[in-house]
Design a protein around this ligand. Sequence first.
Ligand SMILES: Cc1cc2nc3c(=O)[nH]c(=O)nc-3n(C[C@H](O)[C@H](O)[C@H](O)COP(=O)(O)OP(=O)(O)OC[C@H]3O[C@@H](n4cnc5c(N)ncnc54)[C@H](O)[C@@H]3O)c2cc1C
Length: 446
Amino acid sequence: MTVEQTDTLVVGAGQAGVAMSEHLGRLGVPHLVVERERIAERWRTQRWDSLVTNGPVWHDRFPGLEFAEVDPDGFASRAQVAAYFERYVAQLNAPVRTGVEVQRVQRNRGRPGFTITTSSGVIEANRVVAATGPFQCPVIPPIAPDTASLYQLHTADYRNPEQLPEGSVLVVGAGSSGVQVADELNRAGRRVYLSVGPHDRPPRAYRGRDFVWWLGVLGEWDAEVAAPGREHVTIAVSGARGGRTVDFRLLADEGITLVGRTRGFEDDVVTFESDLGDNLARGDANYLALLQAADAYVARNGLELPEEPEAHRIAKDPDCVRQPLEALDLAEAGVSTVIWATGFSVNFDWLNVDAFDEQGRPRHQRGVSSEPGIYFLGLPWLSRRGSSFIWGVWHDAKHIADHIATQRKYLDYHRAALRAGGDGGVPGEARMATCTTSKNNRMEAK
Ligand SMILES: Cc1cc2nc3c(=O)[nH]c(=O)nc-3n(C[C@H](O)[C@H](O)[C@H](O)COP(=O)(O)OP(=O)(O)OC[C@H]3O[C@@H](n4cnc5c(N)ncnc54)[C@H](O)[C@@H]3O)c2cc1C
């Protein structure tokens, strides 16, 4: 069996893997990116049909290439995003190999590096970057009823309204996905119940600037940790229909029935928490805080941006907020479908190294794992708020590539020192796998 060797193996060719390849290439680090499906597969097949980017493309892109066919202030379709990353890989001439699944990564014993078992052979690498995505496994909470009478699916499997059986729909979760899917179904003539939990909802734009710009200049994309108690708060934004502020009261005016967090299902009845008003109020507070911070920024910097007093007005609560439903008889309400917009988890079953805490969460600092030679990229809050987004992952990849190049420099020094000492030294980097145990020990003792 031939064993292929490389310095750094990058697993996954979504935006994270592509960014990683760009930075490794720039620093001259030999590497290979393996992807089990196609480049940017999640944008191709694991999102609903009408999805567009949440941010305008002047922002949601890598520095090295613009979205040629999309207005800079516009929002790219998922197909345009996939095509963008295809083009990016071609422009870089990046070593991406598709159709290869990594099944197992194990640290070598008595010599440096890792042995990686893939669907098409064995690879040895000195380092492995896990770029397999922040949103891998759809999460459906245990309250989901075990009943055949309801069609249940996660937003990861939702494509369009026609896919659903006739009838009303309960959408559980009101982050960007839940809000957009609920809105689309309502516009398609479905009766929709939207279960709203705690959320942030920035204005789509304010005083002529998109919220991505405001978060940038106010330093919020760079926040290293979420505010205490806000770690799991979802963000409700949308680029759909040209991009609009997510306004739950407007959605209610347009026909969606808002309900509180879903508590549970019993027989045919679903019950809701009495937190709808509070959740909306906290979302409003988040919205208004951003407007105030933006106003202060404008004043501080003497910017000439048009005032927008009407943006500060919060509409009156609709009936469904003033008298929220505590329970809903699904059969009576004609609910045929429940869509779970309840987020994702990660799965690193293939990464058999000591890089995880007791809860199975990756242990790392800015993506540099506690297990030397292992790196994580693309995870939410990897280094800051922007880490799982297109532009943010590019900057995290740069940091990881720097770390890898620095490690390689230490080894170069070591080899040069050995050569100067006249013992023949250790040959090239990829051949480190052939180091003897004693040389390896000396290297670690340095
Ligand atoms: C609905 C939705 C909308 C979003 N919209 C935006 C947006 O508008 N703007 C934005 O910046 N971000 C957005 N995001 C967030 C983020 O940009 C995307 O989730 C993006 O896909 C993450 O890119 P990634 O490269 O980190 O991971 P992924 O795109 O998930 O790529 C990981 C790749 O790894 C591959 N892989 C996994 N396991 C293996 C294995 N064992 N071996 C080989 N390959 C493997 C997968 O096939 C996949 O292609 C959105 C997320 C969601 C869920």
